[in-house]
Design a protein around this ligand. Structure first.
Ligand SMILES: [Zn+2]
Length: 124
């Protein structure tokens, strides 16, 4: 899903997209010069492999996603939540896919391993 940067106005524009069973639902709204705010929520479930026992499990998602999008190189290097779309086209699919990969590369334990410190010590 691609949205032309200049088409986003000060009235919030609803967006909805689903990738790999994860749904991004929210709004885009212009919030400054060359700035658009993405205020969304990720929901659904993602199939992950447990990093301890290797068992596949469904990771339920229900997390807010707030980002600032800009069509200019950001001068504010401290703000890590700014994503730059220098060609003037906001790629919502890319944002959602990046969020999904960030979750996939992080460590996750399935329900039976989660908080099971004792079993973890025995294994090592
Ligand atoms: Zn596990």
């Amino acid at each position: 899903m691609k949205i032309v940067f200049d088409k986003v106005g000060s009235t919030s524009k609803p967006i909805e997209l689903e990738v790999q069973g994860v749904k991004l639902e929210g709004t885009l709204q212009k919030n400054g010069y060359h700035r658009v705010a993405l205020d969304a929520r990720l929901s659904g479930s993602l199939r992950l492999d447990c990093d301890r026992c290797g068992q596949a499990f469904d990771y339920d998602m229900n997390t807010p996603l707030k980002l600032t999008l800009s069509d200019r190189v950001s001068e504010d290097k401290d703000d890590l939540d700014i994503i730059e779309f220098l060609n003037g086209v906001i790629d919502i699919t890319y944002i959602l896919e990046s969020e999904i990969s960030a979750i996939e590369v992080a460590f996750h334990y399935c329900d039976s391993c989660d908080g099971n410190e004792e079993a973890l010590e025995i294994e090592y």
